[in-house]
Design a binder for this molecule. Structure first.
Ligand code: ZN
Length: 470
């Protein structure tokens, strides 16, 4: 029995792990690499496994860096099922259809450029047809129950509190008369954040042999939410005073809804005058409808708002822009406006057009609410670069960039340690082996050092391609 680390090992994107026994092969997540220039090539590389030989696939949640390569599986011969929670299955459909459209558009744009440069044009990783062929393979598995997914392998998902439907996985693997338990944390959410439940602690039926744990913010805590909200409120006051724009790059699933939730609360409090809020993301709108459908995934507060007939996002001044024309028209409007648009890391999508129109203006504000992977425009903004390259043009950054750490969808260091503390063995048993993934090296090294200081354990920081025997 073994687990191979095929991605998110020393970086935060490209999650992918392979479980192998003498009887079965199961893949956990198959996400895109994002950010770096080499990502496109990495995403197109042949898989280090034969898709046709996989017995099953399990997805932790619907973010592209966890599911964004899955249509390649069925295109390349996989005929099994892809298990995920009900909300993840619904969200995956939205995310993959959008991803296919973006890639086809990129490939189309590249054709003439490639001809001029005398090279082959880029090809999309997968098309909408590939997505349509993939989706029927998805199977909904409720949280908290065991599901047999392959010979000798069963999975019990539990809530990870990261986005709607997100799960950690408890997996029991039996082979040649022995059984081992492995936990995949998936992405772990912060505690005490509205809309979603807090992450469920990793308490397994049998002691775990291996726990594969994310470490995105292993080296730091977020600012407390109240401080974050007060800062956001004063930025809004300034924007209203100077009649300027506030751009919020936000992941369509997760951050957009949380940002809207807080804006709704602020708007209803009457502490700021009403101003237009543009939700410039058809995908975020589609995701919002799923919140009402998957009510059991919501926390009590959000459930109450949804069942009372009000939408959690029923915000005075909210304008949802569907078409590209409506999106472009926002930039012709004078005066204060908040614009929430994807992509979350500014490496594509409508937010890039808004940045192009506003980033060089002194009175523009950019609110960074999520994680920005190395190599993205978002990361360059966080690093306070003087110029950034947008659509091939070097542009000066005069806008004020604010990093609002308190709105992250990821647990900070303290919450990660609290989650891991539940793995502490009872009565003299050894700790499970912990492998830290889904974090840049500085972050996971720091978390590993703290775990060693507190508990005397030495977590592994695997590299891509490493294989652990269970
Ligand atoms: Zn995620």
């Amino acid at each position: 029995m073994n687990v191979t680390f095929l991605g998110a090992s020393g970086e935060v994107t490209g999650s992918c792990y392979l479980i192998e026994t003498s009887r079965a092969k199961v893949l956990i997540d198959f996400g895109q690499h994002q950010g770096e220039r080499s990502s496109r090539e990495k995403n197109a590389l042949p898989t280090p496994f034969k898709p046709a030989e996989l017995d099953a696939v399990v997805a932790t949640h619907a973010h592209i860096d966890h599911i964004g390569l899955m249509p390649r599986l069925t295109r390349d011969g996989f005929r099994g099922q892809v298990y995920a929670t009900p909300a993840t299955v619904d969200l995956t459909e939205i995310m993959l259809k959008d991803a296919a459209k973006l890639q086809q558009a990129d490939a189309f744009r590249d054709q003439r450029k490639a001809a001029r440069q005398g090279r082959d044009p880029i090809t999309p990783l997968f098309t909408e047809e590939d997505v349509n062929a993939f989706l029927p393979h998805m199977k909904k598995i409720p949280v908290g129950q065991w599901h047999d997914v392959a010979k000798g392998i069963r999975v019990r998902p539990f809530d990870s509190g990261h986005i709607l439907g997100s799960a950690s996985l408890e997996i029991q693997i039996s082979d040649r008369g022995e059984t081992r338990t492995v936990v995949f944390s998936g992405d772990i959410g912060p505690s005490n954040i509205p809309l979603l439940h807090d992450p469920t602690p990793p308490i397994t039926e049998q002691p775990a042999s291996l726990v594969v744990m994310e470490s995105t913010y292993g080296d730091r805590d977020h600012r407390p939410i109240q401080e974050t909200l007060s800062e956001a409120e004063s930025i809004l006051h300034e924007a209203i005073w100077t009649k300027s724009k506030v751009l919020i790059p936000a992941f369509a699933v997760g951050r957009s809804q949380l940002v809207l939730y807080y804006l709704a609360r602020l708007a209803r409090s009457g502490r700021v005058p009403q101003f237009p809020i543009y939700l410039d993301s058809p995908m975020a709108m589609a995701a919002m409808k799923l919140y009402a459908k998957h009510i059991s995934s919501l926390d009590a507060q959000a459930r109450e708002i949804v069942t009372s007939g009000d939408s959690c996002f029923n915000i005075p001044g909210l304008i949802c822009t569907e078409s590209a024309e409506e999106s472009k028209a926002i930039n012709d409007r004078e005066g204060t406006a908040v614009i929430i648009a994807g992509s979350g890391m500014c490496n594509g999508g409508r937010i890039v057009h808004h940045l192009k129109h506003n980033i060089w203006k002194r009175d523009c504000h950019i609110l960074i609410a999520g994680f920005m992977a190395a190599g993205t425009i978002g990361r360059q903004l966080v690093e306070r670069r003087e110029t950034v390259r947008i659509f091939g043009e070097e542009m000066i950054v005069r806008a004020k960039v604010h990093t609002l750490g308190g709105l992250s969808a990821h647990a900070g260091r303290t919450d990660l340690l609290r989650w891991a503390e539940h793995l502490a063995p009872a009565n003299g048993q050894p700790w499970p082996r912990i492998a830290l993934t889904h974090g840049e090296d500085a972050s996971r090294d720091s978390l590993a050092a703290e775990m060693h200081r507190r508990w005397g354990i030495v977590p592994a920081c695997p590299k891509e391609g490493d294989r652990f025997t269970l």
